[in-house]
Design a protein around this ligand. Structure first.
Ligand SMILES: *[C@@H]1O[C@H](CO)[C@@H](O)[C@H](O)[C@H]1NC(C)=O
Ligand SMILES: *[C@@H]1O[C@H](CO)[C@@H](O)[C@H](O)[C@H]1NC(C)=O
Ligand SMILES: *[C@@H]1O[C@H](CO)[C@@H](O)[C@H](O)[C@H]1NC(C)=O
Ligand SMILES: *[C@@H]1O[C@H](CO)[C@@H](O)[C@H](O)[C@H]1NC(C)=O
Ligand SMILES: *[C@@H]1O[C@H](CO)[C@@H](O)[C@H](O)[C@H]1NC(C)=O
Ligand SMILES: *[C@@H]1O[C@H](CO)[C@@H](O)[C@H](O)[C@H]1NC(C)=O
Length: 330
């Protein structure tokens, strides 16, 4: 009997302890009101035609329990948004249907700015066709991982993004980004992973990229980059497939030769190009000139008119024309 009572007592004590620890807030705090509203505004600007974010509603107050949202257990702040399309690996018809049902479209609301503790943003495999990366993203200083891959995003990579000094991974692959890689990319000192593959980026690889000492994964393949791969230990330790599908040269790709960079008055290879330019110009001039003058000269009556018109300097005037033309030709 005594042992039963003491057991009951112990059990009650245990329950009480658990209750206290929960109500104390040290274990779980729900979602923060302002962040919940920010998420609802974010959803409002998205086109979620198949209602993938149906759990994001005004009724269920705790946004930490919504799909794709991860909060801190201790502060209740939203830390992660997992909005990548889960059906990324599709091949069958059914899988394609599933992918299309989960695809998000629309616009990226600046209400994201109210998620001040966000560290992880994944929007991969959706359809933000033609949408640009909003510049305000550069103000979300706690972001550590950004995945915008496979989205048909377009425009330039905004320079502001390089203000994200806490970023360790930036995946922008398989979109339609064009323009240059921001010169200040080297400011994101903690970057370990950069994947810009399969875009339309052009220009040179910024030298500052060599100051990213933690960089262990870089993929710039399948863009329109040109020039020499900057020299820096991390870059040279990378695989050639990181740079393929561009017009780049230098280690780990083939050596840069002079012929790759045509400049006037250089090696023979480029001299030919220059020559052909003048030759074709000269030919064009000759053809143009004679197709106009030729028929007139063949016409004898005009010829005699000429000799009449230039009688003071003799009919030989006509003949003098040809040496001049020939000298243009050289
Ligand atoms: C929470 O628990 C700590 C001890 O773990 C205690 O000092 C504090 O007063 C408690 N706070 C509330 C609001 O109950
Ligand atoms: C959302 O997408 C669907 C399907 O593509 C389209 O029919 C609808 O007009 C879009 N709605 C908005 C508000 O863009
Ligand atoms: C919060 O707690 C749950 C359950 O204990 C755990 O699965 C989850 O990983 C924790 N979340 C974070 C961000 O620590
Ligand atoms: C970037 O995203 C693409 C497409 O989602 C994926 O295949 C690739 O592995 C990612 N890159 C990195 C470095 O994780
Ligand atoms: C870079 O990305 C392409 C796809 O865009 C992939 O085929 C290639 O294996 C990747 N290279 C590295 C080094 O990850
Ligand atoms: C490439 O250049 C390096 C030094 O610039 C040289 O050592 C190497 O032999 C060259 N390789 C080829 C294949 O020309």
């Amino acid at each position: 009997m005594i042992s039963f009572l003491s057991l009951l007592f112990l059990e009650l004590l245990a329950v009480a302890t658990i209750t206290v620890s929960f109500s104390n807030g040290s274990t779980y705090v729900g979602c923060i009101q302002s962040e919940r509203e920010a998420l609802l505004r974010f959803k409002h600007d998205l086109n979620d035609s198949f209602n993938r974010l149906s759990s994001w509603d005004g009724v269920h107050g705790d946004c930490c329990k919504w799909d794709a949202v991860v909060c801190s257990n201790f502060t209740g702040h939203v830390l992660e948004l997992h909005l990548g399309n889960p059906f990324s690996d599709y091949s069958s018809r059914a899988e394609i249907q599933a992918y299309l049902r989960s695809v998000l479209r629309g616009k990226i609301s600046s209400s994201l700015l109210d998620l001040k503790h966000l560290v992880y943003l994944d929007l991969s495999y959706n359809d933000f066709k033609g949408v640009q990366i909003p510049r305000f993203l550069g103000s979300m200083r706690n972001l550590r991982i950004i995945d915008l891959s496979k989205n048909k995003f377009s425009g330039e990579i905004p320079m502001e993004v390089t203000n994200l000094h806490a970023l360790i991974s930036l995946n922008l692959s398989h979109n339609s980004f064009f323009g240059k890689i921001p010169e200040s990319i080297g400011d994101m000192r903690d970057l370990e992973t950069i994947d810009f593959s399969a875009n339309l980026l052009s220009g040179k690889i910024p030298q500052s990229i060599t100051s990213l000492t933690y960089l262990n994964h870089l993929n710039l393949s399948n863009n329109k980059l040109t020039g020499e791969i900057p020299l820096g230990t991390q870059l040279q330790s990378l695989d050639a497939s990181s740079f393929n599908g561009n017009e780049l040269c230098g280690f780990p790709l083939k050596n840069c030769t002079v012929a790759t960079y045509p400049t006037p008055r250089n090696e023979n290879g480029t001299q030919h190009e220059v020559d052909w330019f003048y030759v074709s110009m000269g030919l064009g001039f000759v053809v143009g000139f004679w197709s106009f003058i030729g028929p007139l000269l063949i016409n004898r009556s005009f010829s005699s008119y000429l000799s009449f018109a230039f009688s003071s300097s003799s009919p030989l005037k006509d003949v003098e024309v040809s040496p001049i033309v020939l000298s243009e030709n050289c």
